[in-house]
Design a binder for this molecule. Structure first.
Ligand code: MN
Length: 328
């Protein structure tokens, strides 16, 4: 049941496409990931996840935000001839994971990332038809809907910034993943990242939208130079900022049992290499333990920026029912 269609891949938008080199190596070709997953018969739909954000001493205001949400159908029975009124919850569940790293003077960054999270939350609650299987046609429209939600968030943040001088130019990165059954959509702006950890291999799903990452993609810098380049934090694509206009990169893939997803802000990836992140995910199958370990390791390395991470692990639904598909 490979639902990742060519149509979806044509929707993958990378604002600055060059070669596929990123700071840490190649960003995976999503077609390759889709192909490698096509022989999997197990459908993961249970997920355990954990997120945390660490405010470091040098940056007392945490401009990072994160969100992990279950999307569940609910029915509140207000009156009935049956014995008792009750609330019922459907069995279908979607999951939303999101990391946003704000930027801007004073409290602008904090404000922009919070606003972006709230707007996406509202979109997921009121607009997204999340309970539809992500068949090719629906996945196309879900991607378009998410991209439009990001564009609206961009316009709203730019507009909000014009009303208060202290929020001028505020903006945020936004990396989100939407999970339904075996499907994962990733929507991305900025230099936070999404990784897929599969078969003990870490694959970066998103491209960094930075001046330096573009230089690497064009072959003008190597990875070692990029890591210390003075412009390494200059972002070329942002939700908000001084003017409206954003391009949300989109990816879709089919998940396999035991896949792990990592979303994180640059506070983590500035401090830890791919190999180090990989080692932690390998050694800690529990999402909470892995997330906590990643953050403390980044802190040990000097943690100059706020550090935010979400780790989600996908598994098959256990045979026993109950709260099996819930997040923990
Ligand atoms: Mn940051």
């Amino acid at each position: 049941m490979l639902r990742v269609s060519r149509d979806i891949h044509t929707l993958v938008q990378s604002p600055r496409r060059g070669s596929d080199e990123s700071e840490e190596g190649s960003v995976e070709d999503m077609d390759d990931i889709a192909r490698t997953s096509s022989d999997s018969r197990k459908v993961p739909s249970a997920v355990r996840s954990y997120g945390a954000s660490d405010c470091v001493r040098l940056r007392p205001i945490n401009e990072d935000q994160f969100l992990i949400a279950d999307l569940t159908k609910a029915m509140n029975v207000r009156q009935t001839s049956l014995e008792e009124a009750r609330a019922g919850f459907g069995e279908q569940r979607g999951h939303l994971f999101l990391v946003a790293d704000g930027m801007g003077g004073h409290r602008g960054g904090e404000h922009a990332s919070a606003l972006a999270v709230t707007l996406i939350e509202q979109f997921a609650l009121n607009t997204l038809r999340w309970f539809m299987p992500l068949t090719a046609a629906h996945a196309d429209s879900a991607v378009t809907d998410f991209q439009e939600a990001v564009e609206r968030a961009d316009a709203t943040i730019v507009e909000a910034a014009t009303k208060r001088a202290d929020l001028h130019g505020m903006g945020t990165t936004l990396t989100l993943a939407f999970h339904y059954e075996a499907e994962l959509l990733v929507i991305h702006v900025g230099d936070s990242r999404a990784y897929l950890f599969r078969d003990e291999t870490l694959r970066q799903l998103t491209r960094d939208h930075t001046v330096v990452a573009e230089m690497v993609r064009r072959g003008e810098l190597d990875m070692a130079e990029a890591r210390v380049h003075r412009l390494r934090h200059v972002i070329t694509n942002v939700v908000g900022g001084t003017e409206a206009g954003v391009q949300a990169e989109a990816h879709s893939l089919e998940l396999r049992v035991d896949d792990e997803l990592l979303l994180c802000s640059d506070g983590l990836t500035d401090m830890l290499s791919h190999a180090e992140i990989s080692e932690v995910l390998c050694g800690e199958p529990d999402p909470e333990a892995a997330c906590t370990r990643l953050i403390s390791l980044a802190n040990e390395r000097g943690g100059r920026d706020n550090i935010t991470a979400i780790v989600a692990r996908f598994s098959a639904v256990p045979p026993t029912r109950g709260n099996a598909t819930g997040n923990e």
